[in-house]
Write a protein that binds this ligand. Structure first.
Ligand code: SAM
Length: 252
């Protein structure tokens, strides 16, 4: 499995939260359906396409995609964490593969549409991934890269937001890299207003729902939660814009 391209601490993070991930990341059904609808549109997904969900985690978005469109071929769900993959329904509609993303793109699988959501910050050799994908996709194939922007308005504690800003890859650099390896690239922003009960969000943070929270020890996390409790003392519902960068890379 993919220890080689993913740090051991991140690997441990996803193995640890695999069985509670869907609970932690399930902001709302409406949000997940919204995201799936956008993925379908940006990929111009058709029933005859063969789709890869690269770094699929628990396959939450693949499942939502199949609620909206019928595909003739199973979705190839790739993730290096077996614990995350275990959550995917046992069905011929999915082909789970426990393999590192970079190893996957050098394998013999055939596909023409690929999306990768909130994974790129875990990939060290992004150029290798992009150039291998370019070589692998047929003419007319599309790679949709989805990531968070350089700053986020999540109701997290200050140190977590600072750490995020230091480590998040910039979408501009990724778009340039995709162009460099040969893709025709366009960048768009997709926004959703998250509305979530405060206690639910605090529970997500307590359980370190984002991998960046695993860099804080128990004491630091407790201090961060105390800061959040003070800041949001008057609110029972938290509302914040969740912005995503959609980089569409086409092989023309
Ligand atoms: C934040 S989760 C996103 C999961 C899913 N795409 C989603 O949006 O719900 C990141 C996922 O990337 C996987 N991952 C990280 N590095 C990887 C790599 N090098 N190859 C394959 N999967 C990787 C992790 O195991 C984890 O499931």
């Amino acid at each position: 499995m993919g220890i080689k391209n993913m740090t051991k601490s991140n690997q441990k993070h996803y193995q640890r939260i695999g069985n509670i991930y869907n609970d932690l990341w399930h902001f709302s059904d409406e949000y997940i359906q919204f995201m799936a609808k956008n993925i379908i549109e940006y990929l111009r997904l058709k029933p005859t396409d063969t789709l890869v969900d690269l770094g699929c985690g628990t396959g939450m978005y693949s499942q939502a995609i199949l609620n909206q469109i019928q595909l003739d071929n199973p979705i190839i769900c790739v993730d290096c964490s077996a614990k995350m993959l275990e959550q995917i329904p046992d069905s011929s509609q999915y082909k789970p593969m426990a393999v590192d993303a970079i190893d996957f793109v050098s394998q013999a699988e055939v596909y023409n549409k690929v999306f990768m959501k909130e994974v790129i910050h875990h990939i060290d050799n992004q150029e290798l991934l992009f150039s291998s994908l370019f070589a692998k996709l047929p003419i007319g194939g599309t790679f949709l890269l989805i990531l968070l922007p350089p700053t986020i308005d999540y109701p997290l504690f200050t140190q977590a937001l600072q750490r995020y800003e230091k480590t998040q890859p910039h979408y501009d650099n990724l778009a340039k890299l995709l162009e460099k390896v040969g893709f025709h690239v366009s960048v768009n922003f997709v926004e959703y207003l998250q509305v979530i009960p405060k206690l639910k969000y605090f529970h997500m943070v307590e359980n370190r729902y984002m991998s960046l929270l695993s860099f804080f020890d128990d004491q630091q996390l407790a201090a961060g939660l105390a800061e959040m409790a003070q800041k949001y003392a008057q609110q029972s519902i938290l509302e914040f814009p969740d912005r995503f960068v959609f980089i569409t890379a086409n092989k023309l």
